[in-house]
Design a protein around this ligand. Structure first.
Ligand code: PGA
Length: 260
């Protein structure tokens, strides 16, 4: 896993956007794996800027999101459908029919999950998947204990994750107990993965994922099985890493041809 530490979340997000931009310019019909939550907001703001100011063209791009709350329809303000439209899709020239999220209103959840996996396969697989990390080490909504081979399915959130996500819901609203999430096995099939982690609240989970043993108890650690994962952190999220200086040294001395 390549670990890149940037001074701020803004700089790390700009680098992540550059990585997306390089892909979309070289492969206009790229398949992007997207995430929600506070972490990718800077990335999406920068992609919007690249679209508006530098003509980054999303007209042929297809997207698949990691997860969605069960029981929330696309109109619900805390649904991830709504999040994606508000924070990215409506600001760029993506075709609505090319955007995909798990169906939070699915009646037959198992079939809906299998269909989602099939849609990813039919699109040719995901070229570049962005993931955040939960304070409990989850990626997508694969909570600790998730099978490292898991596929898109229903998961029950931990109380910690429900508390972490409560700010996205109204004061009188309950955070759903269940979600549909791509599995860890699904995520590992993306051709490239970007793990983003910002701020001191993520430092412990990131240290466990990056420098601890691979374990279902830290789902993000499964990314060590992926041959092309880059972790982009800000300094605040990197404080618990033991080899921070080495990662900075590697990035500062990258051969020119290896740079983004
Ligand atoms: P956050 O969530 O970006 O809102 O911190 C990340 C995650 O739970 O994966």
């Amino acid at each position: 896993m390549e670990v890149i530490i940037q001074p701020t979340a803004e700089e790390a997000s700009a680098l992540a956007a550059r990585i997306f931009g390089v892909l979309v310019r070289s492969k206009p019909a790229a398949v992007l794996g997207l995430a929600t939550g506070s972490t990718p907001l800077g990335l999406y703001a920068e992609l919007i800027r690249l679209h508006r100011e530098e003509g980054l063209d999303f007209s042929k791009v297809t997207t698949f999101n990691l997860d969605e709350y069960l029981g929330l329809g696309p109109e619900h303000p805390a649904s991830y459908h709504h999040f994606m439209w508000e924070n990215l899709f409506r600001h760029i020239n993506i075709r609505p029919e090319n955007t995909n999220l798990p169906d939070g209103l699915a009646r037959d959840v198992a079939t809906s999950c299998a269909v989602y996996e099939e849609r990813i396969r039919a699109a040719g697989g995901i070229d570049l998947q962005v993931v955040g990390i939960g304070s409990d080490g989850h990626i997508g909504f694969n909570e600790p204990g998730s099978s490292l081979a898991s596929r898109t399915r229903i998961k029950t959130l931990t109380e910690r994750t429900r508390a972490d996500n409560a700010p996205f819901f109204g004061p009188a609203e309950e955070v759903p107990y269940h979600v549909i999430t791509m599995g860890i096995g699904t995520i590992l099939e993306a051709r490239e993965v970007l793990l983003l982690g910002f701020g001191p609240r993520k430092a412990e989970a990131l240290a466990a994922a990056i420098e601890g043993p691979v374990s279902p108890m830290v789902p993000a650690s499964a990314l060590h099985f992926h041959p092309r994962t880059r972790a982009l952190l800000d300094e605040a999220a990197a404080v618990r890493l033991q080899r921070g200086n080495y990662y900075r040294h590697v990035f500062a001395n990258k051969p020119v041809w290896q740079r983004v």
